[in-house]
Design a protein around this ligand. Sequence first.
Ligand SMILES: [Zn+2]
Length: 436
Amino acid sequence: MIWNRDVETAPRGALRELQTGRLRATVAWARARVPFYHDALAAAGVKDADVDLDRLAELPFTLKEHLREHYPFGLFAVPREEVARIHASSGTKGKPTVVGYTRNDLRVWREVMARALAAAGAEPGQLVQIAYGYGLFTGGLGFHDGAEHMGLTVVPVSSGNTLRQILLLRDFRPQGLACTPSFALHIGESLREQGGDPRAIGLRYGLFGAEPWTEAMRAQLEALWGCPAVDFYGLSEVIGPGVATECAEARDGLHLNEDHFLPEIVDPVSGAPQPPGREGELVLTSLTKEALPVIRYRTGDVTSLEPEPCRCGRTTVRMARIKGRTDDMLIIKGVNVYPSQLEAALLTVEDLAPHYQLLVDRRAAFPTLAVHVEPAERLVREWGGFEGTRPEIAALSARVADCLRGHLGLNPEIAIVAPKTIPRSEGKAVRVVERR
Ligand SMILES: [Zn+2]
């Protein structure tokens, strides 16, 4: 179903008009209330009358560093008393990135999350199991509020605890499961090990995101669970999950909620705007946020935009599946590669388990890459156990090497490791390990 038909199927011209008015209001709001934006807009020489969709490139960028520099509440556009909720990202180095929502921001978030759930296939009255982390992370509560708003019965199990996830799935039989793709894989495999059949749960959709994944992983998840695996996108700096979601019908790009978030693609190095269809870094401007408006926020995520209407009937622009992070791109012996591309290639090799780890060693002058993969368990059973000297392992290793050379032009060191030695994920998978 389409949750908000008026907006999601609006003619492009009407949407553009709405965006223009909201963009002007957002810039004026940020300028008047946030000293950082007052100064940045003045330094860029932008007057309120200049603000226009065709002149977006004149507006200054907002970077993650700016949020850190103004920690915790320095970029808020309303007094702290008017902030209804705080979320924060874990922050890999030092302090977290703090974001805030007014009551109206929370209403918007619920609305876009209801659109996401509906696009994935949820219908009011159904049950959904939410296995994203609850707390400061936006995943759990973002889904929770949207699901309640659209009239679902919510099972707020939060992330982790695979055995409990399986127990509830088996006993409650939810129609929907929301978690990271790596965790969905782990839950499904564990259920199988218990002698269960993930398909027998009767899931009608899985909403999988919050980490980059691939079409090959989608095929694995859909085969495992027997339902569409739907991708979504969001980030706390902009709102959390709910920025964009695939429709279950096409699963061909993520419909971006353009009435609330204005997307652009720029060159990750120069920052220059890119023509439609070109790949680059996604930049988002919030169009309705009160507590923490963001102007041209550099997401660091690599994608492209497809403005053609979708066969599901939605007219909103679609963004391609995230290919990787601008700062995750590995340069191995002169070859540029994203971890997601390695994943896509690895998942085409039969006889491999769908778990892998990439070890990047930066201690030498030129970084080297080692790829750790496990043989499929079925294979190890046939062999009667895992023994590193088996000729089959050397043959499998050679096939992996051929595949990566053929697909990506890479010659990494390949290690076929014993089953279940690559860490399984109960949240976000750690696919890349760096040694410095
Ligand atoms: Zn669609």
